[in-house]
Design a protein around this ligand. Sequence first.
Ligand SMILES: Cc1cc2nc3c(=O)[nH]c(=O)nc-3n(C[C@H](O)[C@H](O)[C@H](O)COP(=O)(O)OP(=O)(O)OC[C@H]3O[C@@H](n4cnc5c(N)ncnc54)[C@H](O)[C@@H]3O)c2cc1C
Length: 445
Amino acid sequence: MTTVQAPPAPPTAIRPRVVARTGLYAVLAVNAAVVAYFFAQAGFASNALIVIGRFFGLYGALVMAFQLVLVARLPWLDRRIGMDRLTSWHRWTGFALLWTLLAHAVFISFGYADGAGVGPVGELVDLAETTEGVLRATVALGIIIVVGAVSARYARRRLAYETWHFIHLYTYVAVVLAFSHQVAVGTTFTASSSATAYWYAVWAVALGSVVLGRAVLPLWRNYRHQFRVSAVVPESDNVVSVHVTGRDLDKLGAQAGQFFLWRFLTKDRWWQANPFSLSAAPDGRTLRLTAKAAGDGSAALRHLKVGTRVFAEGPYGAFTTLHRQKTESLLIAGGVGVTPIRALLEDIEGHTVVIYRVGTDRDAVLYGELRDLAVAKGAELHLVTGPPVPDRLGPRELVQLVPDIADRDVFLCGPPPMMNAVLRTLGDLGVSKPQIHFERFSLAG
Ligand SMILES: Cc1cc2nc3c(=O)[nH]c(=O)nc-3n(C[C@H](O)[C@H](O)[C@H](O)COP(=O)(O)OP(=O)(O)OC[C@H]3O[C@@H](n4cnc5c(N)ncnc54)[C@H](O)[C@@H]3O)c2cc1C
């Protein structure tokens, strides 16, 4: 078959991820400086412990607002940084927030207790009873401690995703309580009209981002596109593809490599939303996901009826050709991680090598499609089978399969142990970080 390849797009001069990350850091740094300015402008209390406590309180409020922006699912940020990285930053700044707010409560309690001649706990109880907003702040802190505890790796791994997520949603209650506490007793908040305006703007942007990214955009998109299941195709005993149609799908802006949070509106499962990547490049008429049965939700997809209404949030993710650095690529899939790789192969330009790592030939779902696409695009396809150990994608094996690997972009998706091993190998082989793009099938924890 003759292959006509479009010339690959030239690599981007400044990497989109660097632009977005630098922008976020810059916004945070500028705000940290503005907060320091307002803090100094408000004047200092005579007790050093109270001064330190207020300082932690202000920065706690700023980190809390930043936390909201990180998980607001704003399309511009998401496409450049990726939801996996954003949720991971959210997780780490979440722990920073917990310690900052604890420090705020401890220093303030000790500071006020110092002057009053009572213990810090008695002082905290007294403040909660007599000072407006302190009780609300104490409840907010309690919620954040609980959320922090269930987000610790040990607890997170033992909780069902939905249970953890439900508890996590209480953070929004904590945000509202913390904000009202700041309005009621924040000395910096009320010190000047510019400080008040600044803090209102910070909270408006943070909460506005969440409302926009998490509610307005998804509702608008689903109203506009009216997604419905158009076909359910078993790919193997435990893998199924679901085709979804809708109105104006060409206006959705989805790209190969991205994923959606899919909620199939059946009687028994409407409450559950699961992330699945597109397993074919969007063609403007249909979207396709391919899911392996990992639990009850993914197993139930096999029984979906054609015509079922779908509420889809997305497209999300930065695992796309937007981040390419080189004109040639290597796509590595492990198991069901083939889904975004299959979509990318359809989309990608320039010479491409595909490595598909599975236990046995029978596990190689979508292999027929990969083979046809590889032929059509003049790509090289290698199916690597065998048990996970010994590692069949070590440095020697990868260089044998792809001698010019260091001059390619590498897109990788597969089970965590395989991904970790391949990422180490890529580093050993001199593939630079900006050339490596990967999608993990987990968002937090
Ligand atoms: C970005 C991304 C893309 C993915 N793409 C695919 C794909 O193309 N094909 C495929 O087979 N699998 C994919 N997965 C994995 C898939 O989402 C889980 O296997 C599925 O959600 C399991 O749900 P369940 O109800 O069957 O099982 P459960 O037993 O409910 O969940 C099993 C585990 O899946 C994870 N999970 C469940 N729901 C969510 C959620 N809403 N958000 C984040 N994690 C969740 C949790 O870690 C949970 O412990 C992807 C995951 C992510 C994060």
